[in-house]
Design a protein around this ligand. Structure first.
Ligand SMILES: [Zn+2]
Length: 371
């Protein structure tokens, strides 16, 4: 799967940063616990507690190693097609690869989506072969191989369910897209199936809860809820980007946005500009070139005693660190900057000259009118 999740950095593989989301620790503990207290003692009652604990921990670690290999397979195919991968994050429902952009061609998405489940199949097959064909290896290793073999096959099977944004849903989308050439309608079909699968999981999960298998039921319903949400959100985002694509930043920018000079004191900024205009942010312009942006947040970070001698250039975000767009950039880029960097305005700049500003509110108004 490929979605947005944050987490703790723990290493790099093939140049891709690897992260653990906090929810991963919960599922790691749950899986280890289920193996140590439930599965191993039940199947191998003659094992000592220590053996069960060591096998549980090792199996759990290898399982999440397999999930990581699955995600790495997606990412390596993507990288080979020229798509940059921000990071891979393990979280409660498995792993996600965070791509800088969506694949531009259905053929790329097809290969990328299949690479993950194919890897899980190979890993699963290898572990099962160990179990079935190498009968002389220690029982401890065979026991782990058996469980890891099946869980990887389950992982491959689950991910191949044809509901977007699961891998199978991505495969389906790429085929529809390939066939019709229309990404948006292909996504709508695949994500509707994804939502249907989500509802089905919730339904079966609730059934299981009533029949006494409440932990499995809760888990399945939870996964269903997550799937339904992810499918609906992915489609909405794509539809939004599609709508914004035909429109440029210059259409929405306002030229009447007061600018301030860099040498203005914070005191003057507050009294002569913020209070007078009611605006919360000001581009800082010097000799017709934009040198930065100062906002009410920057002002709040300065103690009031320093307002008389600190200047706007001391507290502003310098132009080099500013997220800006060019007049011909499409509004999708504006939207991404506003949401990813959580800012309230985006300057429109050409050759260092400030042409205008786009406020978050005007983009939201634009979206609500069009949709
Ligand atoms: Zn996958």
């Amino acid at each position: 799967m490929q979605q947005m999740v944050n987490g703790i950095f723990f290493g790099k593989a093939f140049g891709i940063p690897l992260r653990l989301h906090y929810s991963w620790f919960i599922v790691f503990a749950l899986v280890t616990w289920a193996l140590t207290v439930g599965y191993f003692p039940q199947v191998y009652p003659h094992w000592s507690t220590t053996t069960a604990i060591v096998a549980g921990l090792l199996t759990s670690l290898l399982f999440f190693g397999s999930v990581l290999a699955h995600e790495l397979a997606h990412s390596l195919v993507a990288q080979a097609a020229g798509i940059r991968i921000h990071s891979i994050t393990l979280f409660i429902f498995g792993g996600v690869s965070q791509m800088a952009e969506e694949p531009g061609r259905p053929q790329v998405e097809f290969r990328m989506a299949l690479a993950g489940p194919a890897t899980s199949l190979v890993i699963g097959g290898t572990f099962l072969a160990l179990y079935f064909f190498l009968k002389d290896i220690p029982e401890f290793v065979r026991a782990m191989s058996f469980w890891l073999g099946w869980i990887n096959l389950v992982l491959a099977g689950f991910n191949l369910i044809p509901g977007f944004p699961l891998d199978g849903g991505r495969v389906l989308r790429s085929l529809l897209w390939w066939h019709s050439g229309r990404l948006l309608s292909a996504t709508r079909t695949a994500s509707n199936i994804g939502r249907g699968v989500g509802y089905l999981f919730i339904f079966i999960g609730i059934g299981l809860i009533f029949y006494g298998s409440w932990l499995n039921g809760l888990w399945l319903a939870f996964i269903g809820w997550f799937l339904e949400n992810a499918a609906a959100t992915s489609y909405r985002q794509l539809a939004l980007m599609d709508m914004l694509k035909g429109h440029t930043a210059s259409e929405l920018m306002t030229r009447e946005w007061p600018a301030v000079p860099p040498h203005l004191t914070v005191q003057q900024l507050v009294h002569e500009q913020i209070f007078a205009s009611g605006r919360r942010s000001f581009p800082v312009v010097d000799a017709d070139k934009i040198v930065g942006l100062v906002t009410i947040h920057d002002v709040k970070s300065v103690p009031k005693e320093q307002w008389t001698y600190k200047t706007v250039s001391d507290i502003m975000t310098p132009a080099s660190k500013l997220k800006s767009v060019e007049p011909n950039d499409d509004l999708g880029k504006v939207f991404r900057i506003l949401t990813e960097h959580n800012v309230n305005q985006v300057p429109v700049i050409k050759n260092g000259n400030l042409l205008g500003m786009i406020a978050r509110d005007s983009l939201l108004t634009f979206i609500s009118i069009r949709s």
